[in-house]
Write a protein that binds this ligand. Structure first.
Ligand SMILES: [Zn+2]
Length: 434
């Protein structure tokens, strides 16, 4: 009997020991950002996990000099193995400069005689409440409605995001080798000069944002309008090209309206994404080339009305310039750059997009043949393919666009050496030479 008693006691000790040592690991914690400048404007994110016995409590204290400010605490009754939370520093009256963030977390382990395992981590961070200072270097930002401009400026510190905001459209600025920033922006064709109020913005890594207006002058422009009659032959021709996009379309006209409306919108959205695939510095040199000996068939921002059997059925804006010479004409790259798209693209048919840097890109649509590949570097004037009538086109021509960060602008300016010198070249030299 005595032996059994000893065995039972030993067994209890082993079970107790296993339970006692079951969770000897302290909670694991991660803070982000854990090293950079922070402010009260952006929350910090804390991740905690304790797979052993679950979290019991979290406490976060900001310490600067002699002062300690509690900024966040939480306790857990039920089993919480993982917690991701955000907290701000808005209640801690910190001064700009270094401070410590001390994070303490305990778990439900009975280890340490029931006190649990404790994780303590100290992060040394910089408190930064000051917005970056912007200084505009370039002057005379003159824009035509639908046209482009360049602004050159400096920022007093490293930033997360900077550029020009026009309405809700953001044109990113790019840091140049000189240390200056350069940003292409536009007065969108559909915005009247009176509504146009571009703002230069910069947001630092701590989330402090500066917004400032700057000198500019905007000129109104009138855009052409035109009528397009949709005949049965044209609508039937489009069917094999587009029926896979909208198999639900019951008639050739319904298919056309979906392509001209929905697919057009989708393609315009895609231009925003291509606009982000850009070099930070200029890849182009000098004036942009226009397809030689080509007649100007359709203008930029032309309001087009579409008629079917005498009735108006649709309205769209034409965002490029249509150029036509001979059929299957060789198409030159308007300037040096890198190919970001060389494939089908909805209404544009076979389409090439060349990045010239800083969000500036050129687009060539309705091609019959493409001679370049995505990722390839092209020289100014190099043949990139041949004109055609692919996509939403009735006859052989080139649809040409100049695009700034995904927004189509008037290409005519970019063909004009005087405009380019005054509005781009001279300003850009401010960001190159210093
Ligand atoms: Zn066109």
């Amino acid at each position: 009997m005595k032996k059994i008693g000893i065995l039972l006691l030993l067994g209890a000790l082993i079970v107790g020991g296993v339970f006692y040592f079951r969770d000897t690991e302290e909670p694991r914690l991660t803070l982000s950002p854990g090293t950079e400048a922070v402010s009260a404007k952006r929350p910090l994110r804390l991740q905690l996990e304790d797979p052993g016995s679950g979290l019991n409590s979290i406490k976060v204290v900001a310490v600067q000099g002699e002062k300690a400010f509690p900024v966040f605490s939480e306790t857990f009754g039920s089993e919480t193995l993982f917690r991701e939370t955000e907290f701000g520093l808005q209640d801690a009256p910190l001064k700009d400069g270094p401070f410590e963030l001390r994070v303490t977390a305990t778990d439900h382990s009975i280890y340490h005689f029931g006190a649990g395992n404790t994780a303590e981590e100290t992060y040394i961070l910089q408190f930064d409440s000051r917005a970056p200072i912007l200084s505009v270097v370039s002057s005379a930002h003159n824009l035509n409605q639908g046209g482009s401009a360049l602004i050159v400026y400096t920022i007093s510190e490293e930033v997360d995001r900077t550029g020009v905001m026009v309405g809700d459209f953001f044109f990113p600025g790019y840091l140049q080798e000189s240390g200056n920033y350069a940003c292409f922006f536009a007065l969108p064709y559909h915005m009247s000069p009176k509504q146009f109020a571009p703002e230069l913005i910069a947001e630092d890594r701590a989330g402090n944002q500066r917004r400032t207006d700057f000198y500019h002058h905007a000129n109104p422009r009138n855009f052409p309008s035109g009528k397009i009659n949709l005949d049965e032959r044209f609508l039937k021709m489009l069917q094999p090209r587009f029926e896979a996009f909208f198999p639900e379309a019951a008639t050739p006209l319904e298919l056309f309206l979906k392509v001209n409306g929905e697919l057009r919108k989708e393609n315009v959205r895609a231009l925003r994404d291509f606009g982000k695939q850009t070099a930070s510095g200029p890849l182009w040199q000098g004036v942009f080339l226009r397809q030689p000996n080509a007649a100007h068939l359709g203008g930029f921002a032309a309001a087009r009305s579409y008629f079917y059997e005498g009735k108006k059925v649709d309205e769209q804006t034409h965002m490029g310039v249509d150029l036509a010479s001979i059929a299957l004409a060789p198409i030159p790259a308007a300037n040096a750059g890198k190919v970001v798209h060389a494939d089908d693209l909805g209404i544009y048919g076979k389409c090439v997009i060349i990045d010239h840097g800083m969000g500036l890109q050129s687009l060539y649509g309705h091609l019959s043949r493409i001679d370049v590949e995505k990722g390839e570097t092209v020289a100014k004037g190099q043949t990139i393919g041949n004109s055609g009538a692919t996509g939403l086109a009735g006859g052989d021509h080139l649809h040409f666009e100049i695009i700034l960060s995904g927004l189509s602008v008037n290409p005519v300016e970019w063909w004009d050496p005087a405009w380019l010198k005054n509005n781009v070249g001279d300003k850009l030299s401010l960001s190159v030479a210093k």
